[in-house]
Design a protein around this ligand. Structure first.
Ligand code: NAD
Length: 503
């Protein structure tokens, strides 16, 4: 049964996400293809379940291979005229979309709350998302190649050109930010885009599509599909007419996407994947500051952040003092747990039952291995998917809880003696997304920054801190390529060398 858009009653935010005034929203659940909302050709749908109540939030169209084809054809039709638009035109449209996002924050916050349990009270995705879009809006003029006169007889130059039809696949944890990271640079570079949202939070992307249409984005330039990894994501990654794909999600799926790209047309692939980010607290650091930053990092979005500081290494002489402070700060940051639509709530559930069960299984395994829980415990089955923050003290080096991404409010705190030991343990990971060090000694800080194997480094700060004009991305299994900054624009263009004979 195909369901089209449906109306749900919301404790709305009156656009300031303070969650005070009830309002009804018309929730769009169909795909956005060629400038129109339309259901799947097959009429297939999937249910979106609210992780707080266990009830259905929406019945969403599930894209199949034929819907992917339609979207790619539409993107192909739009691509030549979009690429010919001036950079100023593209900028104006992007800025109009940002203004519309600002006017609809309450609706974004509401949709995320009923999809993946993010509290409306601390919804900030629009602030980060529009900063990224506004940054890229102005960057169309900065796409440039270079010229060389080193050969006497020739002028040699490079041209930067859009790929044409591009694709993106995003996760659920910060949907609006992910949308802006992909849509901003892809469209500004003159590409058209087919984007698949996550089946855990598809509604935000459809609201974005509605606003893009309202802002006057031409039909086919942006196409949004909702659906499962199989068949929708896989069909997109394998599509022969897609020339570039940017994927954000787990390392496991990233490998599948890269394989699909290689097995089809060898499309260019950017991968932003998972993390297990170390944070090192040296004995000379400001412990209060380190504990506060580490607590925010693991509690932001209930720990469901790729770059969250999930392994905290503390120098032994200050380990007890740090642990006491850290527990206090974590509980403070957590604040009030409850219904994400309640404006007083600062901590909601994790995204869904699958995520809850996965965290529970990691913690159950850690318990079986005799790990010591300094805070929290294995979560109990209950109506909502709530997980209390957990600190595991000094678990075995090679245990899953140290090595694998849990994606919840779960952190390992591990004491160390020497700096060399801290660096060795911090780098002893398949991942390399973000790493941080806290110290008052600038020489030590720089040494750590140089030796950490991670794409992003924090000195006396940690994730989620980043800024839109510097690249982020992963080393090792955390990904390939970079997003944000000019590097994040460059990945959406192809370079062509042109040689002109001057004789
Ligand atoms: P996921 O890998 O399960 O899914 C990501 C997306 O891939 C979803 O849209 C999903 O439907 C799709 N997908 C699933 N199977 C597919 C297939 N075979 N082919 C193509 N697409 C497929 O990840 P998730 O659970 O949605 O998100 C959490 C993960 O994302 C974590 O590992 C987190 O670290 C990572 N993440 C990374 C960054 C970053 O910038 N590095 C940012 C946010 C999240």
């Amino acid at each position: 049964m195909e369901s089209f858009s449906s109306t749900y009653l919301a404790a709305d935010a009156d656009n300031d996400n303070s969650g005070t005034r009830p309002r009804s929203y018309n929730i769009e659940t169909r795909h956005f293809i060629d400038g129109e909302f339309q259901g799947s050709k097959s009429c297939l749908t999937f249910d979106l379940i609210n992780p707080t109540t266990g009830e259905r939030s929406a019945e969403v169209s599930a894209a199949q291979a034929e819907d992917v084809d339609l979207a790619v054809v539409a993107a192909g039709r739009a691509s030549t005229s979009w690429a010919k638009r001036s950079a100023s035109d593209r900028r104006a449209m992007m800025l109009r979309i940002c203004d519309l996002i600002d006017q609809n924050v309450g609706e974004f916050a509401y949709l995320e709350a009923i999809s993946m349990g993010k509290p409306v009270a601390n919804y900030v995705d629009h602030i980060i998302g529009t900063s990224i879009l506004r940054y890229y809006a102005g960057k169309g003029h900065d796409i440039r190649g270079f010229t060389s006169l080193t050969t006497d007889t020739h002028l040699n130059m490079t041209l930067k050109q859009p790929y044409g039809v591009t694709a993106a696949i995003i996760p659920w944890n910060v949907s609006l930010i992910m949308l802006c990271m992909k849509i901003g640079p892809s469209l500004i570079a003159g590409n058209t885009l087919v984007l698949k949202s996550s089946e855990k939070s598809p509604l935000t992307s459809l609201l974005f599509a509605r606003l893009a249409k309202q802002a006057g984005l031409p039909a086919g330039v942006l196409n949004i599909l909702s659906g499962l990894g199989l068949p929708c994501g896989d069909s997109l990654a394998r599509h022969m007419d897609v020339r570039k794909i940017s994927f954000t999600g787990s390392a496991r799926t990233g490998m599948l996407v890269q394989r699909a790209a290689a097995e089809s047309n060898l499309k260019d692939c950017t991968l932003e994947l998972g993390g297990k980010s170390p944070l090192v607290v040296l004995e000379d650091s400001d412990l209060e500051k380190a504990a506060q930053a580490a607590a925010f990092s693991i509690m932001f979005n209930s720990g469901q952040i790729c770059m969250a500081s999930t392994r905290v290494y503390v120098q032994r002489p200050v380990a007890d003092q740090f642990l006491t402070l850290y527990k206090e700060k974590i509980l403070q940051v957590r604040g009030r747990v409850g219904d994400p639509l309640d404006p007083q709530t600062t901590s909601g559930p994790v995204a869904d039952r699958q995520q809850f069960n996965s965290i529970k299984s990691f913690l159950g395994e850690a318990k079986k291995q005799g790990c010591s829980f300094s805070l929290g415990d294995v979560p109990l089955e209950q109506r909502g998917c709530f997980v209390d923050p957990v600190i595991i003290w000094d678990p075995p080096k090679n245990s899953d809880i140290v090595k694998k991404e849990v994606f919840g409010p779960v952190v390992c705190v591990i004491p160390f003696d020497s700096e060399d030991e801290a660096i060795e343990q911090a780098n002893d990971s398949d991942f390399g997304l973000y790493a941080s060090v806290f110290t008052r000694d600038i020489n030590r800080a720089i040494r750590f920054a140089k030796e950490f194997e991670a794409g992003t480094i924090g000195i006396n700060t940690t994730s989620p801190y980043h800024c839109e004009n510097l690249p982020i991305g992963g080393m090792k299994s955390s990904g390939t390529g970079r997003e944000l900054g000019l590097e994040g624009l460059d990945i959406w263009t192809e370079t062509k060398s042109v040689f002109m004979d001057l004789s």
